[in-house]
Design a protein around this ligand. Structure first.
Ligand SMILES: *Cc1c(COP(=O)(O)O)cnc(C)c1O
Length: 358
C-alpha cells in the first residue's frame, strides 16, 4: 500500500529499559532523557508510555518541553541546556520546568527577572568535560547565590561525564572526585550518571540518574556489560526488497560503482536510503538481515535506496523483509560499520519513515 520503510517502536521494551535503569538504585530517582524527539523514537509517544513510571523527563530546550506540555504531559521536565534568553523564564516558572544553570551569567539573569513562582534549578559543574558548567572553584559561591534568591526553589547539584562509556579510562573517577570534593559539604540532591554512568559506575548514581540511550535499548559500551546485556532494543528499522538483479563478474553496483562483483551475484535493491536516515557512510559489508538471514550492504547508499547481497539467499526476492537494526541486529553493531554510535543512527531517522508503535 505504501513504501515499506518503517521504524517500529516497541513501548514495552522502552518500559523494561527504564525499569532496568531505575532498579539500579530504586530508592533514588531517574529522569528519563527524551531530548531530540526521544532520540528519534517520538517524544510524545515515549513520554506517554513512561508517564506512570518515570520520575521526570529531560529534554534539551524549551521547544521540546512545550511540545510535551501541549500534549498533556504533566511530569516535571528538566531542560538540560537550561534557558537561552530571559524571556523563557516565565514559561519555565509557570509550567513546572526544571532548569539547568551552567554559567554565572544565567544566575544574574534569574536574579534580575520577576517570576510568578520560584523555579527548580539544576546547577551544573564542569568537572572535566569542558563543555558546559560552572568552574569547580566558583561552584560553592554560585550555589549559595542561587539559594539566596527568591526566584529559586530547590537546587540540584549536577555534572556530566565525558567518557563513562570507556570502561578502561580513569577520567570518570576523576570527575566524581572533583564533584565530591566541592559538593560533599553542600546540602542538596545530586545528579551525575548518564546511561554509562548508571551501568558502569554505581557509585555515580546519586539522588537523580539521567538515563538516555539505555532507554532505547542500545549499549553505550563497545564490549558486553552486565546491565547493558539485559537491554531490549526499542526501534526496529525495516523495509523491503523492491528489485533484484543477477549480475556477472565485473558488474558494478550503485553510484560510483564502488562495489564490483567478483563472481555471479544476486543483488537486491531496498527502499531505504540516506534521506530516511540510513547512514550514507555505511561501509561495504555493513550487516543487514533479509528474511531474518544475515547478509550485507554493498555499494554506496543512495538517497532513497541501497543494495544488499542476496547471492547466498536463494529464497530472497522482491517483497523480502529487510531489517537494518532491531531485535535481531543491534544498532550498536551496525554503528561500528558506519564509524558512528547508535545515538546518531536513531536521531537520524527522518519523517519519511513510517513510525509504528506496538
Ligand atoms: C543526553 C544527556 C544525558 C543522557 O545521556 P545518555 O548517554 O544517552 O544516557 C544525560 N545527561 C545530560 C546532561 C545529557 O545531555
Amino acid at each position: 500500500m505504501a513504501r515499506a520503510a518503517a521504524a517500529t517502536i516497541n513501548l514495552n521494551a522502552l518500559r523494561h529499559n527504564y525499569l532496568l535503569a531505575k532498579n539500579a538504585s530504586p530508592e533514588n530517582n531517574a529522569v528519563a532523557i527524551i531530548k531530540a524527539d526521544a532520540y528519534g523514537h517520538g517524544a510524545i509517544k515515549v513520554a506517554h508510555a513512561l508517564a506512570d513510571i518515570a520520575d521526570a523527563f529531560g529534554v534539551a530546550c524549551i521547544e521540546e518541553a512545550v511540545e510535551l506540555r501541549d500534549a498533556g504531559i504533566t511530569l516535571p521536565i528538566l531542560l538540560l541546556e537550561g534557558f537561552f534568553t530571559s524571556d523563557e523564564l516565565n514559561y519555565i516558572s509557570q509550567n513546572n520546568l526544571w532548569c539547568t544553570v551552567h554559567s554565572i551569567d544565567q544566575i544574574k539573569i534569574i536574579a534580575d527577572t520577576q517570576l510568578p513562582k520560584p523555579i527548580n534549578i539544576w546547577l551544573k559543574m564542569d568537572s572535566g568535560m569542558h563543555r558546559l558548567g560552572i568552574q569547580p572553584d566558583q561552584y560553592e559561591a554560585a550555589f549559595k547565590e542561587l539559594k539566596s534568591l527568591p526566584q529559586v526553589a530547590e537546587v540540584v547539584l549536577m555534572s556530566h561525564f565525558a567518557s563513562a562509556d570507556e570502561l578502561q579510562k580513569s577520567s570518570t573517577d576523576e570527575q566524581i572526585r572533583c564533584f565530591d570534593a566541592i559538593t560533599s559539604k553542600l546540602d542538596a540532591p545530586k545528579s551525575l550518571a548518564n546511561s554509562a554512568g548508571t551501568m558502569a559506575h554505581p557509585d555515580a548514581i546519586r539522588s537523580w540518574q539521567r538515563p538516555g540511550i539505555m532507554l532505547y535499548g542500545a549499549t553505550p559500551f563497545s564490549k558486553p556489560q552486565k546491565i547493558a546485556d539485559k537491554l531490549q532494543p526499542v526501534m526496529s528499522l525495516t523495509s523491503e526488497v523492491i528489485a533484484v538483479r543477477d549480475l556477472k563478474p565485473g558488474d558494478a553496483v550503485g553510484y560510483g560503482g564502488t562495489w564490483v562483483c567478483d563472481k555471479p551475484s544476486k543483488v537486491g535493491t531496498v527502499a531505504m536510503g540516506y534521506a530516511d536516515g540510513y547512514p550514507r557512510h555505511a561501509r561495504n559489508g555493513t550487516p543487514v538481515l533479509v528474511n531474518g538471514k544475515r547478509t550485507q550492504i554493498i555499494g554506496r547508499v543512495s538517497m532513497d535506496m541501497l543494495a544488499v547481497d542476496l547471492t547466498d539467499l536463494p529464497d530472497a526476492g522482491v517483497g523480502s523483509q529487510v531489517e537494518f537494526w532491531g531485535d535481531n541486529l543491534k544498532a550498536s553493531e551496525v554503528a561500528t560499520y558506519c564509524d558512528t554510535i547508535p545515538y546518531t543512527l536513531f536521531t537520524g531517522i527522518t519523517r519519511r519513515v513510517h513510525k509504528i508503535y506496538i
